[in-house]
Design a protein around this ligand. Sequence first.
Ligand code: FES
Length: 160
Amino acid sequence: MNEDTLQAALSNPQNLGEMPDADAVGTVGSPDCGDMVRMWLKYKEEDGRKVIDKASFQSFGCQTAIAVASLATELIRGKTKEEALQMSAEELSAPLGPLPPMKIHCGQMVEGALKAALEAEQASSATPPMAASTQTGPTLVDSLTAAGKTAGKIKIVLQS
Ligand code: FES
């Protein structure tokens, strides 16, 4: 593992912290060490493609996870969702060099948080693409009401 790159990433972690206007967020935790990584993603349109505009993260405890997450949030900028989904933990942590066996799961946690965020966004983008999203569509209440009608079990009380 490249200690200089590790120390540089730790002394000045990039993209650390919550992103209030994120399009998606993903969180994973390791039952083995109790650490957790959360990643936020924001997209933009570029040359007709939807790419990652910026990413940020939070990680508690583990220095390797912080360093990998810091590098990963830089590496995935400008990538499409499909391209980012292809990236392995090894690729995300490549600038650090091979991780020691005890630390391999740290990189995998970052990969997991990234994939969770990418997939969370996929789920919410079942609605039409960005350009059409300003059109009036069914609201959450409409969908719940429709679900309630079919299921016959959901009752919605609107608060005034
Ligand atoms: Fe568990 Fe690094 S994330 S020791």
